[in-house]
Design a protein around this ligand. Sequence first.
Ligand code: 13P
Ligand code: SF4
Length: 342
Amino acid sequence: MDAKSLEVKSFTPMPLSRSVDPTLDLEAEIKRLRREKNAVILAHYYQEAEIQDIADFVGDSLDLSRKAAATDADMIVFCGVRFMAEVAKILSPQKKVVLPDLEAGCSLEDSCQAEDFRRFREAHPDHVSLTYINCSAEVKALTDIIVTSSNAEHIIRQIPADQPILFAPDRHLGAYLAKKTGRPMTLWPGTCIVHERFSEEELLKLKAQHPDAPVAAHPECPDFILAHAEHVGSTSSILKFALSHDAKTFIIATEPHIIHQMEKAAPHKVFLGAPGADGQCSCNNCPFMALNTMEKLYLCLRDETPEIIVPEDIRLKALKPLERMLEMSPPMAQNRVAAMAS
Ligand code: 13P
Ligand code: SF4
């Protein structure tokens, strides 16, 4: 495969008008269009509260890819970042997949360009490559097995002990998994700009103010944050932990929009976002997820654009490591937050 054939194009034909009448009842319009077009709205926990509330299904990366693979809707409206919508298209090529804002990328995806990744693999010919789902379709096409933070540990434990492993692109998740499983791995040096911004000093101050509050952290956080966490796991496992633990107050070290689901499900509990370096948690909002808004969700349902297009040669190559991931994942947990909007 040459560099040219690895290029993935998502395209955005310019519609005639992208402005929204301010008097429009966006919620009602989105519901009407969804019904008329037999569309399903999938949303990640990091989306703004209004989007989570109107979605048919809210979940983590693994839950959302399973939903995308299983849906019988004609159109998938993906409220998340671009790599997530690409996964939906790779698994459901016959469906139209739209994303409210095509600029919704991910710093981990940006850190790992396909040509560099190809050289990384060529430099380690005896290694099996495990790649975090936060990467482009081109990188997936060059990978052996895709993992998410929900299933990575389970999948690594199925790989023969003498098989060396390459892990890309998140070095914090890779280091956490290597420690947890006892499997040394050669790591790609990428990071999530959101989870890197938590401050250990500020976290310790907050813990001192709330000594009984357990800390739940996403494994994209650096080790100096994970070291203070009672629970480390994917967004859905953090949610499950916060809802099932009997503490009254929790410190949540991941993108703070997930707190919306916690407050809805357990209004009697208090959920504090772990602070960034300035002592505020607003610097831990994902700027890519924030590009999707209710207005853009309405427009993309109305105009059916921007549409995610993955060239068929890349799709077929990227499908294999995604199918391996689904085969090697633990059995599906109960849908934690499956709000069927009327
Ligand atoms: P989850 O799979 O845990 O939802 O993580 C996705 C992500 O992008 C975290 O930053
Ligand atoms: Fe990417 Fe980090 Fe945003 Fe997740 S939170 S989408 S890893 S930039």
